[in-house]
Write a protein that binds this ligand. Sequence first.
Ligand code: 0RQ
Length: 505
Amino acid sequence: NTDRIRSEVFRSKIVTADEAAELIHDGAAIGFSGFVGAGYPKAVPAALAKKAESLHAKGEPFQVRVYTGASTDHALDGILAESDAVSFRTPFSTDGSLRRQINSGHVGYIDTHLSHLAQQVEEGFLDHLDFAVIEISGIDEEGHLIPSTSLGNNKTWLEQADKVILEVNEWQPEALNGVHDVYYSVDVPPHRKPIPLVTAHDRIGRPWLEVDPEKVVGVIETEGGDRNTKFTPLDDVSKAIGDNVVRFFQQEEAAGRLPKGTLLPLQSGIGNVANAVLAGLERAGYKGLECFSEVIQDGMLALIKSGTVSLASATALSLSPDAVDEFRDNIDFYNKHIILRPQEISNNPELIRRIGVVAMNGMVEADIYGNVNSTHVAGTKMINGIGGSGDFARNGYISIFLSPSEAKGGKISAIVPFVSHVDHTEHDTMVVVTEYGFADLRGKTPRQRAEAMIAIAHPDYRDQLRDYFERACARPNAGQTPHILPEALSWHQRFLETGSMRADD
Ligand code: 0RQ
């Protein structure tokens, strides 16, 4: 069935996934589509994994270098990793099999800011791309590519790669046509100009992607659903974090630092805590909010339906099965409230700073002075990557980090004397929220920050933090930011040795 491919030029290039995989050589650098489980190619990765396994069985090498938008799915990252077909990966990834290979040093991994990757490839800082493998939902008569559920880095991969393989996925609703806004004039220095976007709801580009048909070496027809992340129901801790974010917003509205009732465009990270924050906004009765974010997840869809959110700008639509049904049943309604953009636009520092985005991201841990670790357990083991959190935190009007005060059943405190890895420095952190409250670090000196941070730590860890801080301050020449250096990472060391950060365990 080829009615999604309406251009004769592209119809003449239809091949099977195996035929397309045959074209890809050992060592190839490939730009794949895909952002947080949405819009990743469904057929070529499996064909590449099969090819790798059969070549490896004959003792021949076959591995590729994988560039994406952000996380994809087990059906891309997982199966390629399990077939030992990945030598390099960037940026954000959530797959368990790939994570193990990254942490064992088997796969080379670079944790890039999501807004940086496209330009760094274009600037020649990273590999030249041999291939782009991009999922789309259709090709129109003029040869325009109708994007699917994520845009990610697709525009740049299509421009930069020597050869292009397209997967036309019939599962993706055709009604997505028109939702996308692809801006084509970002360019690289010294040719870069201001990006003409001044509100979250501006449209500045075209609704389609373009590709030079000469570069297209294969078009594959597929029909398969996105990964569709499941959410766990809100628990008391995440609910309390959501309520504390709302209390912070109410403080800002009362002080005239955020517009009453409408706030400023919101960015909300991925995961259950981010979902809980959105639910908190709905409970608090907000209406007509705008979001300038990177993913639209279930929570955001519910807020659009209730009118809490009037416009959500992002780069991906990443929904659970129930939310997909809801979206498809009411697609004409949702399309009026959604804009999908390339990630170099959704996460663009210039735009985040200009429109005054309120950034809200999860974290692994923060220290008493406000440095934040978003990526590494105990300083060494990568979880997912920095994602877009740095793009938004550094440039946001207000930068908020959120976390339950404890992890792993209370064996780990999310507030520590010193973070074991730094993704966001104290200079980028304005507010930290746990279920115990919010620490507003703006305008505070390091010692005042420490007091505010200790106040939102889990009660079981407050005395331990206070003891560290007071002894650090009491040292001769304690300095601007008091620490006891040999002890600064002792909580992590204790966790590694005993399985707990608690001094009394
Ligand atoms: O692991 O489920 O195995 O117990 O980390 O933690 O509390 O469920 O929180 O889902 O919000 O994830 C930082 C990972 C938080 C995420 C991170 C363990 C914890 C659990 C998840 P288990 P929670 P979340 C937008 C912005 C970086 C990218 C980003 C993230 C698991 O928010 O990836 O912000 N952020 N992008 O037990 C050891 C600690 C821990 C810990 C939590 N201190 N030590 N383990 N965990 N704290 C999206 C994109 O950029 C695409």
